[in-house]
Write a protein that binds this ligand. Structure first.
Ligand SMILES: [Fe+2]
Length: 311
């Protein structure tokens, strides 16, 4: 059987796996210590395991799971994989605190009504700590903004950067100001400046394709966050659109009535409309739906809305 094209060889024993938007991408390190960075969304755990197996690694042989942050699309396999392998789980101390406190808002599952399971944590990976992988050293960099306890991992010897949801292709992870802090765009701006100061070569993002020109990708995100800071409604529109898409990816296909009901009764939507749009829930809803249908990100067929992005 040919290997799944979502798996990319980076170097000996080092693999990057490109998933979709509901599932974060993964890194697999095999060697003297088997390490998995991020474990996807809980619903798709069988697909995640099959991909890891194709890198020559059985879940039972995992030594360590590292999470770039504790949102549902990055920690979904943690509990099951940890139970089967008895591996350690490492996160930044901030996200470790939220997991240990069983905080279902900071971790998103309650706020965005996503599915996830809590899990035990064993290690903290703080700013400046180094993750060793058979001769390659990865520095942990605390990069808050999208998530309070988000880390990026940087290998100075090669310039490779595991950027998590700080840097994607011309975009970055949603800014959830009510959860991550009203200053989260400013924190993301500072985190991006920190990344821009490094000698980055290739970026391996938390979602989307590999970015061969790291500095250009960081610069594009810096421009985007500057525009959000200048005009916060842009940030609000981006949040509404992204969470509509995730909602349809998770629960779809949905009728317009179902989507509307889910959104209007959610914890997040009324707050976002209040924060950015003077509480105009109806207008914001119609504008977002029209935008997503117009861009082809949502399609409507036989009265059902579906998302065209890969989950
Ligand atoms: Fe993510």
């Amino acid at each position: 059987m040919p290997r799944d094209p979502r798996i990319h060889d980076i170097s000996e024993g080092l693999f990057f796996i490109q998933r979709g938007w509901l599932n974060g991408n993964h890194f697999v390190f095999t060697g003297s210590k088997n390490i998995l960075i991020d474990t996807g969304y809980v619903r798709d755990i069988a697909d995640t395991e099959a991909l890891i197996n194709q890198c020559g690694l059985a879940i039972e042989d995992l030594d360590l799971i590292v999470n770039t942050h504790a949102h549902c699309d990055h920690i979904g396999g943690n509990r099951e994989f940890q139970r089967r392998s008895d591996c350690a789980i490492a996160l930044h101390p901030v996200d470790r605190y939220f997991i240990d406190q069983r905080n279902a808002s900071a971790t998103w599952w309650r706020y965005y009504q996503q599915d996830a399971e809590f899990f035990p944590t064993h290690q903290s990976l703080d700013h400046g700590d180094v993750l060793e992988q058979d001769g390659l050293a990865w520095q942990a960099l605390h990069t808050p903004g999208h998530g309070m306890g988000q880390i990026a991992l940087y290998a100075p010897d090669t310039g490779w950067l595991i950027s998590a949801d700080n840097v994607w292709d011309n975009d970055f992870g949603v800014l959830t100001t009510r959860i991550e802090g009203l200053d989260s765009p400013l924190r993301l701006r500072d985190s991006l400046a920190r990344l821009a100061a490094l000698k980055v070569s290739t970026i391996y993002p938390g979602h989307g394709p590999i970015l061969p020109d790291g500095p250009a990708a960081i610069a594009a995100c810096q421009e985007r966050v500057a525009a959000f800071i200048a005009e916060p409604q842009r940030m609000g529109r981006d949040q509404v659109r992204k969470i509509f898409l995730y909602t349809v990816m998770m629960r779809g296909p949905l009728t317009r009535g179902d989507l509307r009901q889910k959104v209007f009764t959610s914890p997040w939507y009324p707050e976002v409309c209040e924060l950015y749009f003077g509480g105009k829930q109806e207008t914001v809803y119609m504008d977002a739906l029209e935008y997503l249908l117009g861009k082809g990100l949502l399609v409507e067929k036989d009265g059902l809305l579906d998302c065209t992005l890969t989950a």
